[in-house]
Every structure is written in C-alpha cells, then in structure tokens.
Design a binder for this molecule. Structure first.
Ligand code: ADP
Ligand code: ASP
Ligand code: MG
Length: 400
C-alpha cells in the first residue's frame, strides 16, 4: 500500500513522477494506492465556498471537498494507464468506505475491500480517492489530513503488514523541518509517541491513522516521494529499545484560548460546559482551572480555531447562566516536548520551562501527560519556542 499526499500530486509533472514510481513498485508485486487532493486544492475549495456562504452546510462542504481527491485519483489512474499499467480510479464509496454521520470529521465504520481486491486480482492498480466515505447515501469526509487514515484503513482491510505514506519530507523529524533547520529524521517512533506528536500539531500524519495502525498492528512508514531513504517506521517499540527521553518537539498554531472568569466554586459547571461543547462536536484540549479565590475560579481551555465561533456561543451561554464571563483569543500557540517515559525522568519539565524562560517567552498554561509536556504561549513566540526547546534537549545532535 502506498499513499501519496497533496504535495506529491501537486502538478501534472508530479503526478507523472508518482505514476513512474507506482509503475516500478507494481512491477515488483501487487499494489494499491491512495491519493490526496492536488497541492492546496482542499484549502482553495474551502476559500471558494466561503465566497458564496458564511456558514455553509456540512453536507455541501463534504460534497465539495471530496471533489479534490476525485480529481487526483482520476489523473493518476489515467497517467498509469498511459504508461502501460492497468489502473482503476475509485471514489471512497466505490472502494467500500462506510463512515458515521459526522460530516467533516467522519470516522470510518467499515471497509469492504471487495472491489479493490477484484481489481488487484486482475493485476491492476486500484487508485483510491482518500479522505472520503459514505454514510446513508451521503458523501462524508474524514477530517483534515484524512487520506492518511484512508490508506491505513485500506491496508488493514487488505491484510497488509505495512502502509507507506509518501510526502515531501523523508520521514518524521525531531521538529517540523520548516521551523527547525537542524531537526533530525527519526528512524523509529512508537505509535504512542507519534500520536502525541500528531495530536500536539505535527501534521506529518493524521492522528486517526496512527490510532488505527496501532489497533491493527500495522507498521506505517513515512517516506519522501522525491528522495530515497528508509524514512521513519511507526510501530510497536520494545520498551528496552526505547530511549526513554524527549524524542521530538511539536507545535500547533491552530488553537484558540477561551477564558471563563468568575465561575462560582460549586459542583456542576464544568460538566454543564464541556457536555454542551461535546454535544456540538467541539474537541476541547488543554483545560486548566485556577484554585478558587473569593468563592470563584477561572477556567481556561483550548479548541481548534475553526471551532471557536461555536465554542464562544456555547461557552458564553453556559457562563451567563452562572454569572461568569467568557472571552476568547486566537493569537496563541502550543509547544510540546514528546517522548515515551520522559515524565519518569526528573528535570524534563524544568529543562523545558528553563529554555522558554531564557528565550524570554511567557508560559500561559501548562499541561502534561505521561509522554508529553505542553506550554501555551503567544503565537508570535512559537518558532523561537520550538527552536529553544529543541536545542535544550540536544535534539539537533540526536542520532537518527
Ligand atoms: P501531505 O500533503 O503529503 O499529506 P503534509 O503536509 O500533511 O503532507 O505533511 C508533511 C509536512 O509535515 C512536511 O512538509 C513538514 O513541514 C510537516 N511537519 C510538521 N512536523 C513534522 C515533523 N516532526 N517531521 C516531519 N514533518 C513535519
Ligand atoms: N485533502 C485533504 C486535506 O487537505 C486530505 C489529505 O490531504 O489528507 O486535508
Ligand atoms: Mg497530510
């Protein structure tokens, strides 16, 4: 199984390059391919939609966005056939992808690979449009970056042991190489570490794809379409093999901070607020509640920026009911240090806070899990913060 992301199919020339690669791999054995939309197509389609509607219905958003992958799948299949490789482009539903009903963030419920298997049995290459499925006759999409999840789900349904995900980087790095020039490629990363990196903003793989790979015990290999090399394996890592320290630094600009001031110190409000947000499909991330003073406390939490309008509405209403005050800010970002076992190593948190302090960066909230420490900071500080934390843990010198 190969998956080619947006940058790999961004132009006709690149599609031809991918076709040549697929041809070479197909000559070695049967192969299924999943593709993303060309380049920035998904963003362009969203921008187009915003010009005609402020709050477009989710059903139509999905119908529109799915067109991006439809185009690249058809183009790649045509380029393959031109090169003597029998190939067939399939939309998500034609490839057997059934999802739940949540437009724009649908989860795969079932994959019936019969048609893909029939194409493989003919010796042809199925080229599947990623990022999309069907629920009760309606087109759904799987959330941004969702073609990764299509690829892993299809690989699992076909019984593949590996799923190779091709992009413009030759693996997963200790930090986003666009931000940290001396970031290093990691040879191996555990599912857990990769999930935390993805969750904390490293968009190189969609988090759902990594969750699914872990559940199905399938190895993901992140590789480059344009350069050779072994890439990064994401798989089960024996604890004795693990370095038990900070492996990478992730950052996320796609967050907004909501502050609720003056919440009366009695039971019920957190439940009322977060249940209402969950009811509106808003994923809440970091949550911090201050110690009560004068009978009131403050709650700070973060959400994805696209969820902010809904969040402000729901949180504003819940706050008003108890006489509290809700406000929101978008110019924030999160920087996280990730690594299995690091919480059991004393001094990791202190080293991270020290690096930020030395760079003159103020920390507005902190959250930790067993394998990560995250700091909420101002967005303008994010690149300096990533570089400072990366350097503090010596990751630029780390072995690949
Ligand atoms: P595709 O369009 O192929 O799906 P993405 O843009 O989703 O590719 O993912 C590749 C990009 O992820 C890279 O260009 C890189 O800038 C970014 N990225 C962020 N964090 C990391 C990281 N830790 N390692 C590698 N790439 C990263
Ligand atoms: N084209 C979709 C997106 O941009 C899916 C993907 O690229 O994986 O989010
Ligand atoms: Mg991607």
């Amino acid at each position: 199984m190969h998956k080619y992301g947006g940058s790999s199919v961004a132009s006709p020339e690149r599609i031809i390059h991918v076709a040549e690669r697929v041809k070479a791999a197909w000559a070695q054995g049967p192969l299924a391919v999943v593709v993303s939309a060309m380049g920035d197509t998904t963003d362009d389609l969203l921008a187009l939609l915003r010009q005609v509607a402020h709050d477009p219905p989710a059903r139509e958003v999905d119908l529109l966005l799915a067109a991006g992958e439809q185009i690249s799948a058809a183009l790649l299949a045509a380029a393959l056939q031109e090169r003597g490789v029998p190939a067939r482009a399939l939309l998500g539903w034609q490839a057997g992808f059934a999802t739940d009903a949540v437009h724009r963030k649908a989860r795969i419920r079932d994959v019936d690979p019969a048609r893909v298997q029939a194409i493989l049995a003919e010796g042809a290459v199925p080229v599947v449009a990623g990022f999309q499925g069907l629920h009760a006759g309606e087109i759904t999409t799987l959330g941004r970056g969702g073609s990764d999840t299509t690829a892993v789900a299809l690989a699992a349904a076909l019984g593949c042991a590996r799923c190779e995900i091709y992009s413009d980087v030759d693996g997963v790095y200790t930090a986003d190489p666009r931000v940290v020039p001396d970031a290093r490629r990691l040879a191996v990363l555990s599912y857990e570490e990769m999930m935390e990196m993805a969750h904390m903003g490293a968009q190189v793989l969609q988090i759902r794809a990594v969750e699914l790979a872990e559940a199905r015990r399938l190895t993901i290999v992140a590789r480059s379409t344009f350069a050779g090399g072994p890439g990064t394996e994401i798989r089960e890592v024996d604890p004795t093999e693990s370095e038990m320290s900070v492996r990478g630094v992730a950052h996320d600009r796609n967050i907004a901070k909501v502050t609720i001031r003056g919440v009366p110190d009695r039971p019920g409000f957190a439940h009322r607020l977060f249940a209402a947000l969950a009811g509106h499909s808003v994923n809440v991330d970091t949550i911090v509640q201050s110690a009560p003073r004068d009978g009131c406390s403050d709650i700070v939490f973060t959400v994805a920026r696209e969820d902010l309008p809904r969040t402000v509405e729901v949180a504003g209403q819940a706050a008003a009911e108890v006489g509290a005050d809700a406000s929101a800010e978008q110019d924030v970002a999160m920087v996280s240090a990730v690594g299995a076992g690091m919480v059991t190593r004393p001094g990791v948190a202190a080293a991270m806070f020290g690096a930020l302090a030395e760079a003159g960066i103020n920390i507005e909230a902190i959250t930790t899990s067993e394998i990560k420490i995250s700091c909420l900071i101002r967005e303008r500080d994010v690149e300096a913060a990533v570089r400072a934390v990366h350097a503090a843990f010596g990751l630029g010198q780390a072995k690949a």
